[in-house]
Design a protein around this ligand. Structure first.
Ligand code: SF4
Length: 235
């Protein structure tokens, strides 16, 4: 069974309008230079494993108060047994939201078709119209952009509650890139979130010295795409 490597007992921000526990699963197939959870993603053996019974107890003691469970990572879809894991979580009586980098559309399709997940948040690391190199640079590995596009289309066509997110990192994602991403997803979605970059624990040491965009710059980015996506926000 998949090991749980982190558990946030309650969050008000990961699933809009809900109080959710957040479960962190290990491993990731990307190597984003700004990844803020490198231990979890690349060296999970260094982290303690949290038993599933801990989550079970939480669901029981917080019954009627907890609205759902967000499954995050790392990248949850790197685990082939994710459907079985989600099934187990759902048996606790809680709906599941999945956070993903969108690299495995086939597994995403299964999860949606089998109605295992109620909501999805997908990271879009950069614009996909500028060719492979830019997306690869942002992910730190070679990525099949076709799969990223397939996941975006799949999420929207399925009608599942979904949101797209981009972490805005100086030197990687600027206002023009945000506009291009918004143009791509605007006919398809209403929800887009720009995430502030957190340098302290960045995977690549050189990024730990990078100064994040100021709140004013991020507010300007949000404003610049509001006409395309009304429900754009930042955090
Ligand atoms: S930030 Fe990138 S490398 Fe880190 S967990 Fe997310 S997708 Fe993986």
């Amino acid at each position: 069974m998949i090991e749980i490597k982190g558990l946030l007992e309650s969050s008000l921000i990961e699933w809009e309008g809900k109080i959710a526990a957040v479960v962190f699963l290990p491993n990731c197939n990307f190597r984003c230079p700004w990844c803020h959870v490198p231990d979890l993603a690349f060296e999970p053996e260094r982290l303690e494993t949290i038993s599933f019974s801990h989550l079970k107890r939480l669901a029981k003691t917080q019954q009627g108060w907890l609205d759902g469970v967000v499954i995050s990572g790392g990248e949850p879809t790197t685990h082939r047994k994710l459907p079985q894991f989600i099934e187990k979580v759902r048996k606790l009586g809680l709906p599941v939201k999945l956070e993903t980098n969108g690299n495995y559309p086939a597994l995403l399709r299964t999860l949606i078709a089998e109605k295992l997940i109620a909501s999805v948040a997908m990271d879009i690391k950069n614009r996909v119209d500028a060719g492979q190199t830019l997306y690869d640079k942002s992910c730190g590995v070679k990525v099949d952009i076709g799969k990223i596009k397939e996941s975006i289309s799949l999420l929207v066509e399925s009608g599942i509650d979904c949101e797209f997110r981009t972490t805005v990192v100086p030197g990687f994602v600027d206002e023009e890139d945000v506009k291009k991403i918004a143009e791509l997803i605007s006919p398809l979605t209403k929800k887009y979130i720009l995430q502030q970059f957190s340098p302290q624990h960045a995977f690549k040491k050189e990024l730990r010295e990078t100064i994040p965009y100021s709140p004013e710059v991020i507010t300007k980015m949000v404003a610049s795409v509001r006409s395309l996506i009304p429900e754009v926000s930042s955090r």
